[in-house]
Design a protein around this ligand. Structure first.
Ligand SMILES: Cc1ncc(COP(=O)(O)O)c(C=O)c1O
Length: 383
């Protein structure tokens, strides 16, 4: 797809311009409203996600905002999971609540609790993540979609951690699916972007919010995401194969308290993952709890040499973060505990490196973390 690097598009005469700016539109006039390269991204994502229509955004947060704003007005209520990406949580409790939207959080993996929360008052939107950031909690979309629809609510899913190669929430009952295309879709940490897909009537409302609020993706960024999508399948296959092997290996290491990877039988929602994911492909994201809490977690980050110390995920490079001090740092300790985040929790986005190299790196880091944990547990006499 070429990059149509232009803000404006000329027309032959007033009648053609009238056709373009009428509703429904045909053609292109101004790139905040539509652009051939960005429209191609929307169409590509819709096809990948099994949606009727799709739209590209300037960021994942812009996509989430438009999906929510297209459904909500003052006085409406959202039910969202306790295990939720930190910035989505703050968008809900700061921006949307500030405009008079009520937001209630629930453990979405507890069917009885979720059903009760959705039924407790009129619910306009039920929101969830396929694989939660950072805890890898997996949502049972078919069940939650049924609860939402029984109460007339729209079910919106953030599928960033899975990507459409692993899971397609629209096929499981979701009404709108959003993704940070910054992550697996583009795949190389060189663009900030977002996407939304769903039914054509719902997407018209999403696009209206985009045109009104302006979080439009630029043509060059859309081109980068389109180029990333061309290798999505081979990248995610490899991410997932290495992640599964690394997760199994980490589970057997001293100093590792717990490994959370949806592909492991020990994962609390392993069955839901197996029902909903592409067979044998449980994604490239895992979480590890190390013995020794915050200090040991920090020691791992500081000792690893192969991995990138950064806040993102879904790239060719392995990235390890310590959410309590990065993506979830805006949450209080109590909120962190509610979201299932322990002080020693590390999130690993497995890249395309060789498994053996990653194992060597983690083995060295865990050895340091074990020393740190030992020192924390046995303070020197007299200290
Ligand atoms: C699950 C999830 N959703 C949304 C976002 C926001 O995406 P962006 O940074 O592209 O705005 C992120 C970013 O890390 C994320 O992890």
């Amino acid at each position: 797809m070429p990059i149509y690097q232009s803000a404006t598009f000329t027309t032959a005469d007033a009648r053609e311009l009238g056709d373009i700016t009428a509703d429904p539109r045909s053609g292109y006039s101004y790139s905040r409203i539509a652009n051939p390269t960005t429209s191609a991204l929307g169409a590509a994502y819709a096809e990948l996600a099994s949606g009727e229509a799709g739209v590209g955004f300037a960021s994942g947060m812009g996509a989430i905002h438009a999906a929510l704003a297209s459904q909500l007005k003052a006085g409406d209520r959202v039910v969202a999971p306790l295990a939720l990406y930190g910035s989505t949580r703050t968008q809900l409790v700061d921006t949307f609540a500030g405009f008079g939207v009520r937001v209630d959080f629930v453990d979405m993996t507890d069917n009885a609790a979720a059903a009760t929360a959705i039924a407790a008052a009129q619910t306009r939107v039920v929101y969830a993540e396929t694989i939660a950031n950072p805890t890898t909690v997996v949502t049972d979309h078919s069940t939650i979609a049924r609860f939402a629809h029984e109460h007339g609510a729209t079910y919106i899913v953030d599928n960033t951690f899975a990507s459409p190669y692993v899971c397609r929430p629209l096929e499981l009952g979701a009404d709108l699916v959003v993704e940070s295309a910054t992550k697996f879709l583009s795949g190389h940490s060189d663009v900030i972007a977002g996407v939304v897909a769903g039914r054509a009537d719902l997407m018209r409302q999403v696009q209206k919010v985009q045109i009104d609020t302006g979080a439009t993706i630029g043509p060059f960024d859309a081109f980068l995401v389109l180029r990333g999508i061309m290798t999505l399948a081979v990248r995610v296959e490899r991410h997932a194969r290495t992640a599964a092997a690394l997760a199994g290996w980490l589970e057997r290491q001293d100093g590792v308290q717990r490994v959370l990877y949806p592909g492991l039988p020990s994962h609390p929602q392993h069955d839901a993952a197996m029902r909903q994911f592409r067979p044998g492909v449980a994604g490239g994201m895992l979480a590890v709890e190390v013995v020794g809490g915050r200090e040991a977690g920090r020691a791992i980050i500081d000792t690893l040499t192969l991995t990138e110390l950064t806040a993102s995920l879904g790239s060719v490079h392995t990235m390890v973060v310590h959410p309590p001090s990065t993506s979830q740092r805006q949450m209080s300790d109590a909120e962190l505990a509610d979201a299932g985040i322990t002080p020693g929790l590390l999130r690993i986005s497995v890249g395309l490196e060789d498994l053996e190299d990653l194992q060597d790196d983690f083995a060295a880091a865990l050895a340091v973390a074990r020393d740190v944990a030992g020192a924390v547990e046995q303070p020197a006499v007299g200290v």
